[in-house]
Structure formats: C-alpha cells, structure tokens
Ligand binder design. Structure first.
Ligand code: TA6
Length: 289
C-alpha cells in the first residue's frame, strides 16, 4: 500500500494485493478503484472527473454526509454535504493475512469550516476493507453536547457494460420517491426489477434489503449487502444530464449506474450526545450463473 500524489496532485493510497487492486483518495476518503483478482474493475470514475480540493471526485464511492441532496435550509451549501470534498486523515492501514484483505481507516472531525455549514460536533470514522470483497463502513459519533440529525449516503458508482442491458434486483414491492417525477411517491411491483431506459433517480425508503446488479454484458452480478441503512438510491443521469455535467463525459452515462447505501429523508439518523451509528455496505462480484 503506498501513499503518493495522484491525479490533480491529490494524495491517494494505491492498494495492490494478491486478492485485489484498488485506490483511495484522502480527498473525501473516496475509494476510486476496486478490482478483485480475475475480475474487471467494479467501480466507475468519469474520465472528466475534476481532482480539485473542495470538489467531489466524479465516481468511485463519494461519501455524502451530513445531508443528502441540497441542504434543506441553505440552498447555497454544497450538495450532498461536505464530507466528500474535504481531506480525511489517514488513521491506519492493516493487512489481514486470513483473507488477504487490507483495511484502511480514515477520520474526519468537526472544525470551524464544518461548523459554519453544520453547527455540530462530530467525529466520522470510515473503514474500507478491500480484498476479494469490498466492505465499507462509516461510523458517525456525536461528540457534542446536543442531539443532531444527519443523512448519509455511500454514493457508489458501479461500472456496467451498458446500463440499458443491466437491472437491479432486490427492491421489488418497495416504496420510493421518484426524483424525475417531482419526487412522487411510488411503489415497485411485486416482482419488478429496476431497469434504466431514461434518466433514473429514485430514493427507496424503509428498506434494509440487499440488492444485486445484474450485468449480462459483463457476465457478472454485483451483490450489495448493507446494514445500518434504510435507504437505497438508484441513479443514472442518462443523456441530457450527462451532457449538462462538466465533470461527466457526454457518452459516459451508458457505462455506469449508482446504487447507493444511504439514510435519507424519513430514514435520517438522530444521535444523542455520545451516541454513534454505523452504516455498512458489502460488495461481492460473481459470474452470472
Ligand atoms: O444520488 C443521486 C443524486 O442525488 C442525483 O440527484 C444527482 O444529483 C447525483 O446525486 C449526483 O449529484 P452530484 O452533486 O454529485 O452531481
């Protein structure tokens, strides 16, 4: 595991183990690559991503915290909170000889700048266990004197051969807010998988279900198990939105889909002083049967 200056001069860890290769930028504690042995890369990053301080990296696994989407009471605040665009502090790197994985932990604590945006004392710890599987866990602790409520999302960009041929299973019969239809509340059919045939931006709430991304084009399925999360977000910008984002290639919408492990809206988390909460996602890649 080496720490070096990478794109845009930002510091990144590169991980090269028998079980997997990967990369993690200290900026936003953003995992930008994970490739288990004998697999194609699992995460997607835009070729147009900006690698600038105070900017989110476009791809990999940005961390949305302490709010999701626009900040309710302050439209000028950065979308999806500040955690994904701030430098995190590297706390430890540990090998696990048992499963030949490596675990990296990073921390982010409140400071003057975060308090200006969100007037609470917190410490966030992020553990990334990278090997044949990828496990990510974000623990938020209320280190202040008053309770606070927060939202969070592990905003994972997954690589697909062609999003039009992929589908997400596991959210059948589940309630969701459809952000491309004025946030209207809808419910999936009892056996309805999620397919993408246009801009897709759905916030599934009240669900602890595991999901599976089925990708016939790459002959693989990516299973996502989660705990400490009641929200799953599925997003593909499609053609117009991709064109509108300067850090997103016009044709790149075909090769990615976001399946995000989150707590948002009705699933936001309340923490008493001294309390802590962990959200966790576990990714595994298998060949299609
Ligand atoms: O997770 C889906 C979403 O909330 C979409 O609405 C879209 O805004 C996406 O996040 C990306 O947001 P960003 O601020 O990274 O451009």
């Amino acid at each position: 595991v080496t720490l070096a200056r990478a794109q845009g001069g930002l510091e990144a860890l590169s991980i090269d183990r028998e079980s997997a290769k990967g990369a993690l930028y200290l900026q936003g504690a953003t995992v930008t690559a994970w490739q288990p042995k004998d697999q194609a890369p699992v995460l997607w990053v835009s070729a147009k991503s900006l690698y600038q301080v105070d900017k989110a990296i476009r791809g990999g696994i940005p961390i949305c915290f302490p709010w999701f989407g626009p900040k309710a009471d302050q439209p000028s605040a950065p979308q999806h909170g500040f955690a994904r665009s701030r430098p995190w502090m590297l706390q430890s790197v540990a090998d696990d000889p048992k499963d030949r994985s490596v675990t990296v932990t990073l921390v982010l604590a409140a400071d003057r700048e975060t308090r200006a945006l969100w007037p609470h004392d917190f410490r966030a710890r992020y553990a990334v266990r990278m090997g044949q599987k990828l496990e990510i866990a974000l623990t938020v602790e209320n280190t202040g004197e008053s309770p606070f409520r927060f939202e969070e999302a592990l905003h994972t960009y997954l690589a697909v051969a062609d999003v039009r041929g992929a589908r997400v299973e596991g959210l059948e019969d589940t309630r969701y807010f459809d952000k491309v239809d004025n946030g209207k509340e809808k419910r999936m059919g009892p056996r309805e998988a999620i397919t993408v045939g246009g801009e897709t931006d759905r916030v599934y709430v009240g669900t602890s279900s595991a999901t599976e991304l089925i990708d016939p084009g790459m002959n693989r399925r990516i299973s996502i198990q989660k705990d400490g999360s009641r929200t799953t977000v599925v997003w593909n910008p499609w053609i117009d939105k991709a064109r509108a984002m300067k850090d997103f290639g016009d044709d790149e919408w075909k090769e990615m889909i976001c399946v995000e492990t989150a707590n948002s809206g009705p699933d936001a988390i309340d923490l008493e002083p001294g309390g802590s909460h962990t959200i966790r996602a576990l990714y595994a890649v298998n060949a299609l049967a």
